[in-house]
Design a protein around this ligand. Sequence first.
Ligand code: GLY
Ligand code: MN
Length: 462
Amino acid sequence: MFPTTSYINRRNNLRKEMGTGLLLFPGNQECSFNYLANTYSFRQDSTFSYFFGLDHPDFAGVIDLESGKDYIFGNDVDMDDIIWMGPQPTVAEQAKKVGVTNTAPLANLEAFIKEALHKGRKVHFLPPYRAETMIQLEQWLGIHHSQLKKSVSMELTHAVIKLRSVKDALEIADVETMVDVAYKMHTTAMKMAYPGIKEQVIAGTIEGISLSYGGPVSFPVILSVNGQTLHNHNHDNILKEGQMLLVDAGAESALHYASDITRTCPVGGKFNQRQKEIYEIVLAANLNAFAATKPGVPYRDCHTIASETIAQGLKELGIMKGDVKEAVASGAHAMFLPHGLGHMLGMDVHDMEGLGQIYVGYNDEFRPSEQFGTAFLRFGRKLEPGFMVTNEPGIYFIPELIDQWKSEGKFTEFINYDKVESYKDFGGIRIEDDILVTEKGSRVLGTPIPKTVADVEAIMAK
Ligand code: GLY
Ligand code: MN
């Protein structure tokens, strides 16, 4: 856990952003897998964890803006629990670690909230994303679960996003440690990527590395020779010479901070000419976008730089044609890059996406694009020091998309369909780093993970 003062400061900072009322933070509950007692690994709610730190199911935190008191509602274990789980610290002992002195059984929370509502006080809560939490909120607030969305506090949502967007030194260090775990995961995958091995063996091995460092993977491992499918969780293929293996995977820390890294390597350890040509374009897009990543720059502009680098490179290979800026402005490049440059990173791999991606990545000044491809850019607003974002351009040859656009005669002035046909068996390449925006620029977090053609070939040869 972070020092007690971190949690006290975070709650005090939140107070400064808010007006009046109670701030209600339901922690997560255990979630059943295939029968009640067999649960998924417990994952605390990120915002509860940010303000109240405790990694324990069935807790709820409350900040009372008028009285200045903070509360944790939760139950002490009884003998039945001790028999199955061993002795546990009391709620009061746990709460002390995060600077909270007011504790009460969870069953008292309903009356506590109802009394506040009865007095006409506002009870602020964030968008719930688990059914169990919706049921709790329905009970505590007397709002039918289907109507909760309408009552979510936008004031609290914006305040939490403002605070969680800027990472402090301890948070940065935690993410950086997780990037170093990702280094081990990705270099292991590269060393295993030889003909004859099943994808599942590599996927299981790297997930095991994450677990062995104490946390789960930060999202289900994406690992496939069919990298053109952006989130490919199928690991059934046997690797063959001539294919590229795309691995998008990261680790989550005990404090729930995530890394999110993608590397793509040639099966067998040597890029062929065609692979190298496409890889170098993606790498240039990653590097050009990174060079532009600094405070005050809208991340949307970095996305445009990556897109134009890709269109220029594909033009040089005869795959695209025409004016590069016009091609990107029209959205023609999105056939090969049908997603955004990146997203915010932090306690969630798509940080705070549960609070509403539009509020995390956009504001009144920067609205999301409606154009296919760029519309999937999750973060478009101006960068600030302390923000963490991913930089993850890619080039994909998606046969179904190629066929559809070709049959519709889409962007024939910018896409050379005859040439594209010969790449339909290529797959996809993505390269992703985790970036910290600093006072004057930005830096790639963690130990550098092999990224150039030469470095990837060198590690694979080991
Ligand atoms: N790493 C998965 C994603 O960014 O969506
Ligand atoms: Mn990502």
